[in-house]
Design a binder for this molecule. Structure first.
Ligand code: GLN
Length: 296
């Protein structure tokens, strides 16, 4: 099967192989996986469905759509962007140009927050969560899916991101417990919250140009750029979060590689006691840091 071959009129299996070959020669490491995801999306089939449909021929509208997807992938666009969807914490999420593609790394923040939520709120009160810079809503929606007694509030400075987050909440059946508000970090919120979470922009401005093309060219710059030393967002949001937390409340944030100590120092300066060790992601990078508000 040659990568130059047209996929028009090919069988599902042949189209998958053709795209894999094209992606391989285009230097795409995940060629096979990406080809399968794109063919699957065009046909509305999962892996089992694709295997069953292997010898079915593509309809012409399907091969036209698939050619379009393949061109975008070869142009460096990530599969999640092309499909406008990505799974996070096992939840299917929609994406938009205004949101980051949720990363598996960010699940570390969800894990750390859940581990630390030992203390329940006062009887009769629901656990309150705030997610600062919520984007697609990934973190707060993952937490709400785990904590049936909790209510969540997500903020973002981008209205299109909030639309995406809201529609994800609806699609996941969490809309009755999730509210989304436009503001800078936590500026419009009043507490108390039992848990504040955030995956803020943390890339040093000078490092943006060196990011992988898939990130640099397709993730929204405002969700990446953390200023000169990458810590601007933490400087803004940690003191805000500290004021919003209930006594014993928890702040859990994602950090960039090597930022855990600086972020813990900012937490301390804001009156939060850094708790436990920084939590590594699957690649072993210390990715999530938490602090607890001291009882007043
Ligand atoms: N995880 C993203 C990256 O490394 C950065 C996201 C962020 O700045 N919060 O490309």
């Amino acid at each position: 099967m040659s990568e130059r071959e047209s996929i028009a009129g090919q069988t599902v299996e042949a189209a998958r192989r053709t795209l894999t070959a094209r992606f391989r020669s285009g230097g795409i490491e995940s060629a096979q996986l990406d080809a399968r995801a794109l063919v699957g999306a065009v046909l509305g089939l999962d892996l089992t469905g694709l295997i069953t449909a292997a010898s079915r021929r593509l309809a012409s509208d399907q091969s036209i759509r698939l050619e379009g997807f393949a061109r975008r992938r070869l142009g460096g666009e990530p599969v999640a962007r092309i499909l406008g969807a990505r799974e996070f914490w096992g939840l299917p999420l929609k994406l938009s140009a205004a949101t980051l593609v949720p990363r598996p790394d960010t699940e570390t923040v969800v894990e750390l927050a859940l581990e630390m939520l030992g203390v329940s709120p006062a009887p009769g009160r629901r656990l309150r969560i705030a997610d600062i810079g919520t984007g697609s809503g990934a973190i707060v929606l993952a937490l709400l899916s785990e904590l049936p007694g909790a209510v969540g509030l997500g903020t973002d400075i981008s209205l299109p991101a909030l639309e995406t987050a809201r529609s994800n909440a609806v699609q996941l059946g969490l809309a009755d417990r999730a509210t989304f508000v436009a503001c800078d970090y936590a500026a419009a919120l009043s507490g108390p919250f039992d848990l504040v979470v955030s995956n803020p922009p943390y890339i040093r401005s000078a490092d943006i140009a060196g990011l992988a093309a898939e990130v640099r060219n397709f993730d929204p710059p405002g969700a990446l750029d953390g200023g000169f030393d990458g810590l601007d967002a933490y400087r803004a949001l940690i003191p805000q979060a500290a004021r919003l937390l209930s006594p014993q409340g928890i702040l859990a944030v994602e950090v960039g590689q090597g930022q855990h100590d600086d972020v813990r120092a900012l937490m301390k300066a804001a009156g939060l006691a850094p708790e436990g060790a920084a939590k590594p992601d699957l690649a072993g990078i210390l990715r999530a840091v938490a602090g607890r508000k001291k009882p007043s």
